[in-house]
Design a protein around this ligand. Structure first.
Ligand code: ATP
Length: 447
């Protein structure tokens, strides 16, 4: 009996989680956050396009990251390297030889799977036939630069932003003479020809990363590692995820990347399971040494105080932007009842919400209300930026539309406004309304 109940509860939880994913994907499309890539041509697996609200949400996340890790610190330098790099970069870094996942192909239906994602590596999960032998599949997208066809023209779409910073270490040191420890920080696209893209934004073939390469004296790596570990948790708070939503996993010896002496995965409870959101790795001096070897350019550091020359070690916090967007959307997605009606809303933190305030005239056909609402909208837009004007449909419907995209506050101009210069502001989460003087709006809404 207990087993049956447990089974029922588990399948119920699974159904709930499956439906959360379906609902989030459908809301994201319907309301203009995220669309399937190349949709009108039947799509392109592993690609997604961000619509107006999606790009606003994503930019808010990137800006919060840039603020915490670059603007608010003295020891970080922003960077933006080219996506295409000399193929030698990827030979030295080990990606040409080893950036691969284990691939198995079904002998009958010819579908391909990532072997390490299968419970049974011998049987096709789709048709049940025998799976072929496991092979290594390199995940870099290969391309050609220029009009030549030969091997010298080969390049790759970068599979991580990190290498663009390692190969520029010397440039930054020569321009800025920074003292250790210091970091380079970059936000940009990365491409991986994933064998099985899946779970919406979680595993895609084109995605964005926010990465830091933090250079330290070898003996101080633990301090830097702990400092950045704490900052990563603080960033999780910045974007509105609860501290309990993100769990650390100490990656054991055999499972770490070849360059890493210590790695902590920051995992998030997605509706489809607990999976990696971010990574924090101690990469030793592997990369700078590898590029010194490959380029024959000395990429060491000279410490003016101690008169020592050495190759710095690196701590790398790595964040996926799209996995963050997915974590934020799935944790914000809420269904409840308000005023006796079912509603769906996104409980987004104000800092990431694509629209911060929506301004409504109570009635569309009263020019004096519309004019006053437009005046308030224009003023707020100058100060807050992400403000939206909506005069379409009844107020209840307008509230629901804003709830669904996570707008924290709606503001309504009514006939009393014309008399006493106050408006109604309504809170997304509680539905509570209060009157606020127009003169107090800016300080109130920007708090
Ligand atoms: P996984 O084991 O899930 O494939 P990974 O360990 O290979 O991930 P890293 O190489 O550490 O990932 O990349 C750093 C970050 O980039 C990840 O923590 C994740 O947020 C993001 N990321 C990596 N691969 C993808 C992908 N295919 N789609 C979306 N984001 C990704």
């Amino acid at each position: 009996m207990l087993a049956t109940m447990l089974c029922w509860a588990m399948s119920n939880a699974k159904m709930k989680n499956d439906s959360i994913m379906e609902n989030v994907v459908s809301l994201a499309k319907r309301r203009g956050f995220i669309y399937q890539g190349s949709e009108i041509y039947g799509g392109l697996a592993g690609t997604w396009d961000y619509g107006p609200l999606g790009v606003a949400l994503k930019n808010n996340i990137k800006n919060l990251w840039w603020k915490r890790f670059v603007l608010d610190r003295e020891d970080m330098y922003g960077f933006d390297a080219a996506i295409l790099m000399n193929q030698e970069v990827w030979k030295s870094s080990g990606h040409v030889g080893g950036f691969s996942d284990p691939l198995v192909e079904c002998t009958k239906c010819k579908k391909r799977f990532r072997a390490d994602h299968l419970d049974d590596k011998t049987k096709c999960p789709d048709c049940g036939a025998t799976l072929g032998e496991e092979k290594q599949f390199n995940m870099m997208f290969k391309t050609r630069v220029g009009a030549t066809e030969d091997e010298s023209a080969t390049s790759y779409l970068r599979p991580e932003t990190a290498q663009g910073m390692f190969v520029n270490f010397k440039n930054v040191v020569d321009s800025f003479h920074p003292k250790l420890p210091f970091g380079l920080a970059q936000i940009g696209k990365a491409f991986r020809n994933e064998i099985a893209p899946r779970d919406f934004l979680f595993r895609t073939r084109e995605f964005e990363q926010m990465e830091i390469e933090y250079f330290v004296r070898p003996e101080t790596w633990t301090d830097a590692f702990e400092g950045l570990r704490a900052e990563m948790h603080a960033f999780v708070g910045d974007i509105g995820l609860a501290p309990g939503d993100v769990h650390e996993l100490e990656v054991p010896d055999g499972d770490r990347a070849h360059y890493s002496k210590r790695t902590i995965d920051f995992e998030f409870d997605y509706p489809f399971g607990r999976k990696e959101l971010y990574g924090l790795a101690y990469r030793t001096n592997f990369d700078l040494s590898a590029h010194t070897g490959g380029s024959k350019v000395d990429i060491s550091y000279f410490d003016e105080e101690t008169k020592e020359r050495f190759v710095p070690h690196v701590i790398e916090p790595s964040f996926g932007v799209d996995r963050t967007v997915l974590a934020v959307l799935t944790s914000a997605y809420t269904e409840d009842e308000m005023g006796g009606e079912k509603r769906v809303y996104l409980r987004l933190a104000k800092a990431v919400a694509p629209v911060k305030v929506a301004v409504f005239p109570l009635l569309k056909n009263k020019p004096e209300l519309v004019a006053k609402a437009r005046e308030i909208y224009t003023t707020l837009k100058k100060d807050i930026g992400a403000v939206l004007f909506d005069d379409n449909g009844n107020i209840g419907k307008r509230y629901r539309r804003q709830d669904e995209i996570g707008t924290p506050v709606c503001l309504t101009v009514d006939f009393d406004t014309l008399e006493d210069d106050t408006v109604t502001i309504r809170d997304r989460d509680t539905g509570e309304q209060e009157r606020v003087a127009i003169g107090d709006l800016k300080s109130r809404l920007m708090a």
